[in-house]
Structure formats: C-alpha cells, structure tokens
Ligand binder design. Structure first.
Ligand code: FE
Length: 288
C-alpha cells in the first residue's frame, strides 16, 4: 500500500450548503437518489448530475438501463458493489464490477445499455455526468473500463484510505485526467476520529457526498446520504475533513466551463438548436 504524508492546509474550504438528494427512478425502474439535480448545474459547473444508487432488493435495480442515447458530455460510473454489463453502439462491451470505474465520453453520440448482471445481493454505486466544453461536444465517442485493482490507492498516517479515480491528491495521480475540466474524483474511507486533507485547485467547484457515517468540515457536520457543497475560498487551497464516526464519502471537484448549458434528457449542449439537431440525428439514426 502506498503511504503518503498528507498536505497541511492553512485553511479549509467550508460547507456552503447541505443538499439532500431526491428519490426517483430512471431507466427501466431503477430506484436511485438524484443528488446533483438540474438546479445545481450552474453552481457545480462542470458537473451536470450525480445519481447514487444502493439497494439489496433486486426489484429496485434489476431492469437496469436498456438502450438509450447520450450526446455532449461524459459519464463516470463507479461501482461500490455489484456487477453491470455495458454495451454500446460503437461495439464496446464491458463488465463493471465492485470497485471498478467506467468512464465514457459520449461526445457526438452513443447509444448504450447498462444492465445489472446479478439476480440478488447488493447493487451500490454512483453515476456522475461531467460536461464537455463546446469545442469537444462533438468529439468521437470514447469509453474505458477500469477494474478496481487499476484504481490507485493510498493510506495516510491516520489510516485514511483514498482511492484516486481522477485528478491527483497528495501526490497520487488517478487513472483519468481531463484537460478542460481537470476533474478530481476521490473515494475516501476514514476511521472514526481521523482527519484528512487534500488540495483542491482554487479554480474548481467542489462537493462531497457522504455515503457511510458522518464527517465535519470546518465545524459543519455532513451526515450520511448528504451532499456538502464546498465554498469557493481562494485562500483555502483545499479541504480538511474529520470523521465523527467511521465514514466513507466521495469528493468531486472540477474546473467550471462557464458556457451555456441546455439539457434535454440525455443530451446536453450549448444551444436549443443543437438540442433539436441531436433529437433529429437520434430519430434519423445519425446520432451514433
Ligand atoms: Fe447511460
């Protein structure tokens, strides 16, 4: 295991807002919690959506997400538990398993399915939508599966375990880097009482989502199943968390694009006209 000495921050970003997700369902009746909704797209630019799913009842997930299109952004699926089979219009196929990440750049278009490959047990994870800049919205579709063993991990002197999915934290680089949005995506496991610090670029919008236990950030508690939007404090340099009990959370940050966002379901473009073109391309078999 990679041991690191974590950065010491002069000051931590604080919590701007606590968000409770909205229970909904998508695909073929998959029950999920929409944590990052349309209303937060400006505040959390370049992120468009975050869904948390987690259930041990197959009725909540078994239908999966049959064939559907995407255009104009990237999807990042992180499985904590369970197995999901992915197939797309470009002929890619992969099995996403516990601890693994699937990174897909929909670009100009992809039609894909995401179907659970289990009939019982726990299915748990997250899907994040990351915007593409205008100049890359019509790029060729791209996708890759990273098994859990491929995700870099480190442990701090306080026994905090950190998995680095994207970006870099305390000198450890993740499996994905993106030049326009520079995403940081960490899965952080803290034993009760432990503290943890990581740098976050001053330019970035950032949030945490606690999925086990509870933490405090600059004195503000963030409970399980809550998102804490981090303040944009240029003098902070990053964030310091303290676990008030054994805790697990994801920390996500990215550089805002400051471009217009026009979304119609699975299409996210810059103008209404581009949305009409996406719908037209989709209905005429030109999307992917
Ligand atoms: Fe999808």
């Amino acid at each position: 295991m990679n041991r690191v000495t974590q950065t010491t921050l002069r000051k931590s970003r604080s919590i701007d807002r606590i968000i409770q997700g909205i229970a909904t369902s998508d695909g073929a009746g998959v029950k999920l919690t929409r944590v990052l909704t349309g209303k937060l797209q400006q505040r959390l630019d370049p992120f468009l959506m975050l869904d948390a799913f987690g259930s041990d009842n197959p009725d909540d997930y078994i239908g999966g997400f049959p064939d559907h299109p995407h255009r104009g952004f990237e999807t990042v699926t992180y499985m904590l538990a369970g197995r999901m089979r992915h197939r797309d219009s470009a002929g890619h196929e992969g099995l996403l398993e516990s601890g693994g990440v699937q990174w897909m750049t929909a670009g100009r278009g992809v039609i894909h399915s995401e179907i659970p490959e289990q009939n019982d047990g726990v299915m748990e994870g997250f899907q994040l939508w990351l915007n593409l800049p205008a100049k890359r919205k019509m790029t060729e579709a791209w996708y890759r599966d990273f098994p859990g063993t491929a995700i870099p991990e480190y442990v701090t002197e306080e026994n905090v375990t950190v998995r680095v999915i994207a970006g870099a934290s305390n000198g450890v680089a993740g499996v994905i880097t993106r030049e326009d949005t520079e995403p940081l995506y960490l899965d952080i496991h803290l034993p009760a009482g432990a503290g943890f610090s990581t740098g976050i670029p001053d330019t970035h919008n950032a949030f945490i989502y606690v999925y086990r236990g509870a933490v405090k950030v600059a004195g503000t508690p963030v409970e399980s199943q809550r998102m804490g939007i981090l303040s944009n404090s240029p003098e902070a340099g990053g964030v310091t968390l303290t676990a008030t009990e054994n805790a697990r959370l994801i920390l996500i940050a990215g550089k805002p694009l400051h471009e217009p966002i026009v979304q119609y379901g699975p299409f996210v473009m810059n103008t209404q006209e581009e949305i009409h073109r996406a719908l037209d391309d989709f209905s005429n078999g030109r999307l992917a």
